[in-house]
Design a protein around this ligand. Structure first.
Ligand SMILES: NC(=O)c1ccc[n+]([C@@H]2O[C@H](COP(=O)([O-])OP(=O)(O)OC[C@H]3O[C@@H](n4cnc5c(N)ncnc54)[C@H](OP(=O)(O)O)[C@@H]3O)[C@@H](O)[C@H]2O)c1
Length: 226
């Protein structure tokens, strides 16, 4: 199968690339830097730009879009530009990515799309207004597009809690912060990229062939258990 991972160089996207390679798939990583990984094609593209995405394969069996932000500030300190930049990267980037991949996905028998929300959409969290607003839009887009592209293309999203990636490094910069975050989760640890990547690989595969329009919580039990 041919899979496109937007943001395959770091964090969750890199773990998805590794998981797909383990299963013998062909993988393209699209991001601002070269993935530098044997067996993976790199396409250079900035999700904030209006540039075309050059080098996508003719047939695309699945797409994952991982670029995102954690811009945490008290509401009164957030400017319009903060809301706009979170929306451009988290939502409009998906629009550009999926419009570019659509011709290839139409050529596949049944393609699958996996997008990223956050636990902060379903659970009110301090200082998350901007990112929660942008990711709330991702959840709406997921369900709407799942309706529009059924039955040929499935569209799902994952809503993680805190995961140990470069994006979250400021929240996890000391052993004390890591411990405190771990204790907030019913499963008593923060997420690792592979915890999320396994769910992504499942949603891309035919093992989830009867699942679309879902927001899957992969969050150490945080959203479901007191
Ligand atoms: N980590 C968490 O705790 C957490 C929690 C909840 C939700 N999430 C969501 O999960 C998703 C993945 O997060 P992560 O922690 O794996 O992120 P990450 O560590 O920042 O990795 C993001 C990837 O996206 C690429 N990227 C970033 N900006 C880009 C741009 N403008 N254009 C193209 N590519 C870009 C990066 O590659 P280059 O630098 O090479 O461009 C990198 O490969 C995000 O949507 C995030 O909001 C994460």
């Amino acid at each position: 199968m041919n899979y496109i991972v937007f943001g395959g160089t770091k964090g969750i996207g890199k773990a998805v690339v590794d998981g797909l390679l383990d299963e013998g798939h062909a993988v393209w990583s699209v991001s601002r830097s070269d993935v530098g990984q044997l067996g993976v094609e790199s396409i250079l593209w900035d999700a904030l730009s209006e540039e075309p995405i050059i080098g996508l394969p003719a047939v695309i069996d699945g797409v994952v879009y991982t670029p995102g932000s954690i811009n945490l500030k008290p509401f009164n300190r957030l400017k319009s530009e903060d809301f706009q930049s979170d929306f451009v990267l988290n939502v409009l980037g998906i629009v550009k990515a999926l419009q570019a991949c659509y011709p290839g996905m139409k050529e596949a028998t049944n393609a699958s799309v996996v997008l990223f929300s956050t636990i902060a959409v379903s659970q009110g969290m301090l200082f998350h207004t901007s990112i929660a607003a942008a990711k709330g839009a991702v959840e709406g887009l997921t369900r709407s597009l799942a309706a529009e592209w059924a039955p040929q293309i499935r569209v799902n999203a994952i809503a993680p809690s805190l995961v140990n990636t470069p994006l979250a490094s400021r929240l996890l910069s000391t052993p004390e912060k890591i411990e405190a975050s771990a204790l907030r989760h019913p499963l008593r640890r923060i997420g690792e990229p592979n915890d999320i990547a396994q769910a992504v690989v499942y949603l891309l595969s035919n093992r989830s062939a009867w699942t679309t329009g879902q927001i899957l919580a992969v969050d150490g039990g945080m959203s479901a258990i007191q």
